[in-house]
Design a protein around this ligand. Structure first.
Ligand code: ADP
Ligand code: MG
Length: 431
């Protein structure tokens, strides 16, 4: 088979994990990562592109004979990078702008789900300009708790769970007055509150066919026992036993396949990886949201777990060949613990040297998030989430122990991590 030049866009732990998996592909000729991080620099060539400037990306892709561009984060997808590059004949792994609306507009995702009777929370949609109607709704009709959501991309800061009208009003004020939310909150979605355990299901889709990849559970809160502030994610494990094989089949039949069919009949076929954020309610799995890319930190456990060639699967996705794909996964369990900077998700200090990586080499995979190299090649902390330590085991318990044995060997000043990543899953085995 012909070998490919690949350009991967992004710089976080997710992209380090994607670069790791792509670099192992038999189909790879050369991997470039823009902008990448010191971890991806070990696996390919980092290139300093302004990835918001699609023309710059295009020029690089043409000059370097790139056969496939892989998009890590959601923003460029929602901004239409796929359409832009495809217009010039460049293959892109990641949905079109219209299909990325599944993540880019929560009200759009809700309306498609409603049309296709895909299980999700009941909802109402309000325009920013009819705020008094929304206030009246919150006062007279809403059943509390209620969930307020800014419609557009808000980097995880646009969702508020409100216990009563007073709180709803307070959050509404915040949504309306926060300059960072004004674009995302041109429309506000009010959702029924669901209870249950959350799980993320990932599938590849080529426009017509969807193939289940894996499912994982994230840990959003900063503190042990799911306490404290929301973060980008403090760790993940896969597979999460909250969803068994039968559950996966049910999710594919009632959520993923109907959504791929709906997108294709809307003439916005979905190509890429579909991330279904689900709530396991007493009435069965319901959709919390869709994302149009891999999850971070879920990607960091899924890539080491994937036995199949990632690049081959990405090509089959782009070329509409997924019906011929078989996805193989390593047996056992995978766990990823995020080592962060104390203070995150608020203020934190950075620039501290990271040591102990040699001690885990060959034992644990480590994927970098906020890490930079100084001029002497020393690795320094450079973000809230610093790095991800991966463990593997025949049982979930062993995978967790393996990840934490790696964490114990790595150190930097002001390091913080949760002590209970994966623990929620253990109770399924103690019955
Ligand atoms: N309808 C709902 N009922 C209960 N919790 C919800 C609901 N919608 C969202 N949440 C909680 O809020 C979190 C963030 O919501 P989500 O829709 O995933 O937005 P985003 O990831 O874009 O911030 C979810 O992971 C979930 O914990
Ligand atoms: Mg979410």
């Amino acid at each position: 088979m012909e070998q490919l030049n690949v350009l991967l866009i992004g710089s976080g732990g997710r992209e380090h994990a994607l670069a790791w998996a792509i670099s192992r592909s038999a189909l790879l000729k050369k991997l470039y990562i823009a902008p990448g991080n010191p971890g991806t620099a070990q696996l390919g060539e980092n290139v300093m592109l302004d990835v918001d400037d699609f023309d710059e990306v295009l020029t690089f892709a043409e000059d370097n004979h790139i056969d496939l561009v892989v998009i890590g984060p959601e923003q460029p997808l929602v901004d239409g990078i796929t359409d832009y590059l495809e217009d010039y004949g460049i293959n892109v792994f990641g949905p079109s702008k219209a299909a990325a609306m599944l993540e880019g507009s929560k009200s759009f995702a809700k309306s498609i789900m409603q049309k296709s009777t895909i299980p999700t929370a009941g909802y109402e949609v309000f325009d920013r300009h009819e705020i008094s109607k929304l206030e009246a709704y919150l006062q007279e009709q809403a059943v509390y708790p209620v969930v307020l959501k800014a419609d557009g991309l808000a980097a995880g800061k646009g969702v508020f769970i409100c216990d009563n009208y007073h709180e709803a009003n307070e959050y509404l004020d915040r949504i309306m007055n926060d300059v960072n939310l004004s674009a995302a909150a041109s429309v506000i979605v009010v959702e029924e509150f669901m209870t249950g355990e959350e799980v993320s299901v990932f599938a590849f889709a080529d426009g017509n066919t969807a193939r289940y990849l894996m499912h994982a559970q994230d840990h959003k809160r900063i503190g042990d026992g799911d306490t404290g502030l929301n973060t980008g994610g403090m760790g993940a494990y896969a597979p999460a036993p909250v969803l068994d094989d039968e559950g996966v089949e049910f999710v594919m039949n009632t959520i993923v396949n109907p959504m791929i069919d709906a997108m294709s009949s809307e003439e916005t076929p979905y190509k890429g990886v579909l991330y279904c954020g689900l709530m396991m309610t007493t009435e069965g799995p319901k959709v919390v949201e869709f994302n149009c890319r891999f999850g971070d930190p879920e990607c960091q456990v899924m890539m080491p777990a994937l036995k199949s060639d990632l690049l081959e699967l990405m090509l089959m996705t782009v070329n509409g060949k997924l019906e011929y794909a078989a996805i193989d996964v390593e047996p056992g369990y995978f766990c990823s613990v995020v080592m962060a900077s104390t203070g995150y998700p608020n203020e934190y200090e950075k620039g501290f040297e990271i040591t102990g990586l040699d001690a885990v080499a060959g034992k644990n995979e480590v994927f970098f998030s906020g890490v930079k190299a100084d001029e002497n090649g020393r690795l320094l902390t450079n973000g809230g989430r610093v790095l991800n330590v991966i463990g593997h085991g025949d049982s979930l318990k062993e995978a967790i122990e393996d990840a934490y044995s790696g964490v114990q060997k790595i150190s930097f000043e002001n390091a913080y991590f949760r002590n209970d990543i994966g623990v929620k899953g253990l109770r399924y085995f103690s019955k």
